[in-house]
Design a protein around this ligand. Structure first.
Ligand code: GDP
Ligand code: MG
Length: 445
């Protein structure tokens, strides 16, 4: 069996961790693995080539941010390239800017998930956008196909065109358009027939329906589990009709992520939705950055690298990293971290971003801490003596009272700072254990 793409890439970046700089040979080694990983994930070869070239070019010779590891930095570069390949940061909205009824035609092979996706998208339009939607099935090949859509319409509360047996797809399309106009429908969803493979009859039928209804959107539905095949299908359809977007189904089972990566590159069309299950609410607007994250499996390292680049003073961070490696984290370090937290957008942001910081976050929240409190904490630390800052264990009851007075706070506030220091020391040991996340540690302390 295949390793998941994220496993493979994870392995690559593990190897990169702890190296001093982003050297050409490192990048080439990593890219060889990335290439294999992508191919095993069923990403189309030309897409892999382009992707690898793109990343190599960006990565080689890039000066490494001193506050992150080379591995983390390559994660970021690969991530950015993934997002680009997946269509950029923006999500692609449905284009409904036409005189109603706006027609959306769903095309694709049999079993790809057209009927299911037709109903899911209709439901979204009705429930989330308040549109009046009608669905019509033009699938006269399979006896139960029109009935299937009618049942889904009942389930989702979306109107379906009444079924008249014996009609051809073009007749149904004409009738659907008339009915939609008559009933002042906003969006008319056309579910078309599929075949087991791409053939001339299927394409002609599709073109005839398009000629009658002039769809604003023609969405190609592809099963992401079919991998490389999905790419071939997409290519054939794109050559015949004016596709405006792609719906990738069965993303719930797509551990390898390859189809998503190839689809945009091959069709040149945005992936608009991702089907994530059989239920009617199992559909999501496709988020390139989210999917890139998922493929990489690197969580929020990417955003941490971004933040680190923006906000962390390199020298401070490195000094702190060194101290932490020696197992030191005192009140001076905490004070510095409080300052950096403010630079980086406050507690909620940072704590939500950091692996291993859940405890510290919980402690902060339990004590009702907000960003104003950061300033008070700094005042408390400022009222400690140099000795106390270097060795917080010195702070007995008497000293705490003095510090509280000096900072205009209560002893319980002093205790909170001590508690936070303790939690952070623990969390940092944990991060250290997680292996070489030096930049991460350096950033937060
Ligand atoms: P069509 O022939 O293209 O109209 O395909 P259908 O809409 O009838 O779907 C075929 C099968 O795939 C059905 O059993 C659906 O429930 C299932 N299906 C569709 N989309 C998804 C999805 O995103 N995830 C999963 N797990 N199953 C799906
Ligand atoms: Mg169908």
């Amino acid at each position: 069996m295949f390793d998941s793409l994220s496993d493979r890439l994870g392995g690559v970046f593990d190897k990169l961790r702890g190296r001093g700089a982003l050297k050409e040979q490192d990048v080439r080694d990593a890219m060889r693995e990335v290439r294999i990983a992508l191919l095993e994930a069923d990403v189309a070869l030309p897409v892999v080539r382009r992707f690898v070239d793109q990343v190599t070019e960006k990565a080689v010779g890039q000066s490494v941010l001193r506050s992150v590891t080379p591995g983390q930095q390559v994660v970021k570069i690969v991530n950015d390239a993934l997002i680009e390949t997946l269509g950029g940061e923006q999500t692609a909205e449905l284009d409904l800017n036409a005189a109603p009824p706006v027609v959306i035609m769903m095309v694709g092979l049999q079993g790809s998930g057209k009927t299911t996706s037709t109903a899911k998208i209709s439901r979204l339009l009705k429930d989330k956008q308040g549109k009046k939607v009608m669905m019509a099935s033009l699938d006269v090949n399979r006896p139960a196909a029109q009935e299937q859509l009618r049942v889904l319409g009942e389930q989702t509360g979306v109107a379906t065109l009444p079924i008249i047996p014996g009609q051809q797809p073009t007749e149904i399309a004409t009738r659907a358009l008339q009915a939609a106009r008559l009933q002042a429908v906003d969006v008319l969803m056309l579910d078309t027939a599929g075949r087991l493979h791409v053939d001339a009859q299927l394409m002609n039928e599709m073109k005839a329906v398009a000629a009658i209804t002039t769809p604003r959107e023609t969405l190609l539905v592809v099963d992401s589990l079919t991998g490389q095949d999905a790419v071939n299908v997409a290519q054939s359809f794109a050559g015949e009709v004016d596709l405006t977007g792609v719906v990738l189904t069965r993303m719930d089972g797509d551990a390898r992520g390859g189809a998503a990566l190839s689809m945009r590159a091959v069709t040149g069309k945005p992936i608009k939705f991702a089907g994530t299950g059989e239920k009617m609410d199992a559909i999501e607007v496709f988020h390139p950055s989210r999917v890139a994250n998922r493929i990489l499996g690197m969580g929020d390292i990417v955003s941490m690298v971004e933040k680190a680049a923006e906000a962390v003073k390199v020298e401070e961070a490195e000094a702190l990293a060194k101290r932490m490696e020696q197992g030191k984290f005192d009140m001076n370090d905490l004070r510095m971290q409080l300052k950096q937290m403010q630079n980086m957008g406050g507690i909620g942001m940072l704590a939500g971003m950091m692996p291993g910081m859940k405890k510290a976050k919980a402690a902060m929240q339990a004590s009702g801490m907000d960003d104003k409190v950061l300033l008070r904490m700094e005042a408390i630390i400022g009222s400690m003596t140099a000795k106390e800052r270097a060795n917080p264990a010195l702070l007995n009851a008497k000293r705490k009272i003095r510090v509280a007075k000096g900072s205009g706070t209560q002893v319980q506030d002093v205790n909170k700072v001590l508690k936070m220091h303790l939690e952070m020391s623990k969390a940092m040991k944990q991060i250290k254990k997680m292996g070489g996340l030096k930049g991460l540690a350096a950033m937060f302390g």
